[in-house]
Design a protein around this ligand. Structure first.
Ligand SMILES: Cc1cc2nc3c(=O)[nH]c(=O)nc-3n(C[C@H](O)[C@H](O)[C@H](O)COP(=O)(O)OP(=O)(O)OC[C@H]3O[C@@H](n4cnc5c(N)ncnc54)[C@H](O)[C@@H]3O)c2cc1C
Length: 405
């Protein structure tokens, strides 16, 4: 009989893990505590390293109608709107890194992942199912749900996000670290913004103590706004917490009218405190393993949290491919070894980017942004090259392609 994995958490990481393990012949069961699989109203950028895996997983055709391909990634000054850097993306990403750079509504990505999983393994997602703990068994693991139900498997995967119950049991309780930043987010139809629509790029607007990111989702019909602001006094985390429009406007007072216009037109503005955690010593314990934000939460300033959870899922399946039950602990240890260096670097560069985007004084801005501007003008190829280690990663196929004779 094929081995079974219980995946705790039906977010982007958990659903990707279920698909990847099913692709290598495992039985999968996803436990999601929420009453339905859904995602918040916000966009997510998926860089070419993530898109390559979504292609391999057979998910990309399900996203084609709703995704948006930005012309470029830009950095602009938040107040003047002056362009510091423009890196062409459309076509250039496929040419340089082997896949597209896309922007998509989270709900559309999750719908695509769910549809793909349903095709590969119908009825494997259980909603309203909150995992409370796990217990090691002689040749596997048992997962205890909050309602007392017990489930057995060869492997339990904690894909249960930044406040992971599974992580807490594996490594002891602790709290993720509040970074002193909050994130505003909003979605606004492009047609409402007229001449004040932000450019159709992935645009990072930088300035003193804050930055904003504008992207497009729903095939370009909606502008997605994220505004990250240094605030030490507000630590509530939760995608569904609403904030006041006048507070968001006050945070971005004096900034480019295109950003203010998005805030003014937003029907709802959500507010979210940003947390991270230093790298963990391990993500595995016998027949239990972590992935995604449960293992390595990171700041959004590289747009990699979801992408890295997709990479985790794929590489975990690579390590488990053809593994016998008694070798699972070794296989998941090799998954950790394979992943830790790369995600630690992504965590580090994400934190560095935040500092770069929030330069506190004019001299610090000139010192940091002048070289960025110059490099973009004189050697754009060199700037693109800095992303090769991340976007250019090549992934071995998970399954042997069938010959169509
Ligand atoms: C403002 C902002 C912008 C971002 N933009 C990007 C971007 O552009 N690109 C990108 O790649 N990343 C981005 N990220 C990061 C990305 O959102 C996260 O890294 C990603 O969603 C993590 O996915 P996950 O599946 O690991 O965890 P989550 O999405 O947190 O999913 C965890 C799931 O587990 C469930 N769960 C929790 N506990 C239990 C339990 N005990 N039992 C059962 N179920 C449980 C939860 O209900 C949830 O559904 C951004 C983050 C922020 C804050």
């Amino acid at each position: 009989m094929s081995p079974k994995a219980i995946i705790i958490g039906g977010g982007i990481g958990g659903l990707s893990a279920a698909i990847c393990l099913r692709m290598i012949g495992w039985q999968v069961q996803v436990l999601e505590q929420a009453p339905e699989i859904s995602e918040v109203g916000a966009g997510v950028q998926i860089s070419p390293n993530g898109v390559k895996i979504l292609e391999e997983m057979g998910v990309m055709p399900l996203l084609d109608a709703s995704l948006f391909e930005p012309d470029a990634i830009e950095i602009r000054m938040g107040i003047s709107g002056r362009k510091l850097l423009r890196l062409p993306m459309k076509d250039a990403a496929v040419h340089r890194w082997g896949a597209r750079y896309i922007q998509i509504h989270r709900a559309d990505l999750v719908a695509g992942l769910t549809a793909r999983l349903e095709k590969l393994a119908p009825d494997t997602v259980q909603v309203g199912a909150q995992a409370a703990s796990y217990t090691h068994q002689a040749h596997g693991v048992q997962v205890v749900l909050k309602d007392g139900t017990i489930e057995h498997a060869n492997l339990a995967i904690g894909a249960d996000g930044i406040h992971s119950t599974i992580r807490n049991q594996m490594l002891g309780p602790d709290a993720p670290h509040f970074t002193g930043n909050i994130a505003w987010r909003a979605l606004v139809p492009v047609e409402q913004l007229g001449n004040f629509a932000p450019p159709a790029t992935g645009c990072i607007w930088v300035g003193r103590g804050k930055h904003a990111v504008t992207t497009r989702v729903r095939a370009g019909a909606l502008v997605n706004f994220i505004g990250v602001v240094e605030h030490s006094d507000w630590k509530k985390e939760g995608w569904k917490t609403e904030g006041r429009k006048q507070d968001a406007l006050a945070d971005f007072m004096g900034w480019d009218q295109r950003l203010l216009s998005v805030i003014q037109h937003a029907e709802v503005l959500h507010k979210w405190a940003l947390f991270d955690r230093p790298p963990l010593p391990h993500w595995h314990d016998k027949h239990v393993v972590l992935l995604g934000d449960a293992a390595h939460p990171m700041l959004p300033s590289m747009a990699q949290g979801a992408v890295q959870s997709i990479e985790d899922a794929y590489m975990l399946a690579q390590c488990l491919k053809r593994t016998k039950n008694d070798r699972i602990p070794i296989a998941i240890a090799s998954y950790f070894d394979e992943r830790i260096k790369r995600v630690t670097k992504v965590q580090r560069v994400s934190a560095q980017n935040l500092r770069l985007f929030h330069k506190p004084s004019l001299p610090a801005q000139i010192l940091s942004y002048a070289p960025v501007w110059l490099a973009g003008k004189l050697a754009p190829g060199l700037v693109q090259k800095q992303n090769d280690w991340l976007y250019g990663k090549v992934f071995e196929p998970l399954t042997t392609p069938k010959l169509n004779l």
